[in-house]
Design a protein around this ligand. Structure first.
Ligand code: TRP
Length: 329
């Protein structure tokens, strides 16, 4: 342990020396005027919603004057791997960027656990408080703030019942180790109970479990609900292949999952949440605020999204009230 700490300290010193040199020799301020701001981005994996949030952040930073030529942007994607998340977090700790953008709950948790003295702006995060990223959403009192993506879980479940009014059983699928999914699953269970629906659950540990988990419940339920779960979102086609075969519609927590083949969602606009987070990061870079006292923001608007191709595969009619939805193929 001692040995490890020595190495870490040496790495920090080396990084500090390098930054000092890159600034301008002799200055005691390593971030001297003219030095480029350094933004580090950590994303758990690639999928539509997270990519959209990422793009929103970058576009808004550019709009605020932080164009790619004026700042250094270090984009890191963990490809869904927990140990990659850890490695990226320690790299960021040593590199000491001016601000870290963390995309998804697992990504934010990995940097927040490791780093306490660099501002972190989280985006695509279900609940900052439950994930222990902040003391409270109103006043974080940690080095973390950002924009949550709390979607309307109840309305998403209602959507299932509107498409399948005779439904008695709802399937619920998510990855058991994602706290973001756990919170939404609890909300969905409660609401299903209020609606008189029986809930049949199938959790997964990783993408390799999805097919089997889906097969275990598809024959037994009237529709399936999946919250904004990173693991399942990365493999929607695997899930839908099974559920289409059983003619069971899948309702989801985010638009990208409907674009990838699930039947429908009432979704947060993730690009717009990225724009909000980009503004928060720009404020921090300009010294206008510190995460400690910047309240976590809520997403702005919701969109109903329906996958037409999936509706026709399932042979299911689109209820009148969703006629103005955004339709995708
Ligand atoms: N809300 C998820 C989290 O807190 C991230 C997320 C956003 C997501 N949009 C999604 C996951 C869509 C799956 C699908 O980590």
């Amino acid at each position: 342990m001692k040995q490890w700490m020595k190495y870490a300290a040496a790495a920090v010193l080396a990084a500090a020396a390098l930054t000092g040199m890159a600034g301008c020799g002799g200055s005691s301020d390593s971030k001297a005027d003219g030095a480029k701001k350094h933004v580090a981005v950590i994303q758990i994996m690639q999928h539509g919603s997270l990519d959209a949030a990422n793009q929103g952040v970058i576009d808004q930073l550019a709009k605020r004057g932080y164009t790619a030529d004026k700042i250094e942007i270090d984009q890191q994607n963990a490809q869904g791997d927990q140990s990659n998340l850890k490695n990226i977090a320690s790299r960021f700790k040593n590199a000491k960027p001016d601000v870290i953008i963390a995309i998804s709950t697992p990504a934010a948790q990995s940097v927040a656990n490791e780093i306490h003295d660099i501002p972190i702006v989280g985006v695509a995060i279900t609940d900052f408080e439950t994930a222990k990223l902040v003391k409270s959403n109103q006043k974080p009192e940690t080095n973390v703030t950002g924009v949550n993506d709390r979607g309307p879980v109840e309305e998403q479940v209602d959507m299932g019942l509107k498409f399948v009014p005779s439904a008695k059983k709802m399937g619920l699928m998510y990855c058991a180790s994602e706290v973001n999914s756990e919170i939404q699953a609890e909300q969905a269970r409660k609401h299903a109970a209020e609606l008189g629906l029986e809930v049949v659950e199938a959790t997964v540990a990783n993408v390799n479990d999805i097919q089997q988990a889906a097969e275990s419940i598809a024959g037994d339920v009237d529709f399936i609900y999946v919250p904004t779960d990173n693991v399942i979102a990365s493999s929607i086609p695997t899930l839908v292949k099974v559920t289409d075969g059983a003619k069971v519609p899948v309702f989801v927590g985010a638009d990208s999952m409907a674009r990838d083949g699930a039947l429908g969602s009432i979704s947060v606009d993730f690009y717009k949440t990225g724009i909000q987070a980009g503004d928060m990061a720009a404020d921090i870079l300009e010294g206008k605020g510190k995460p400690q006292d910047m309240p976590v923001q809520d997403p702005a608007d919701l969109t109903v999204i329906i996958n037409k191709t999936n509706a026709s595969i399932l042979g299911i009619e689109i209820p009148e009230e969703y006629k103005n939805a955004v339709f995708v193929d």
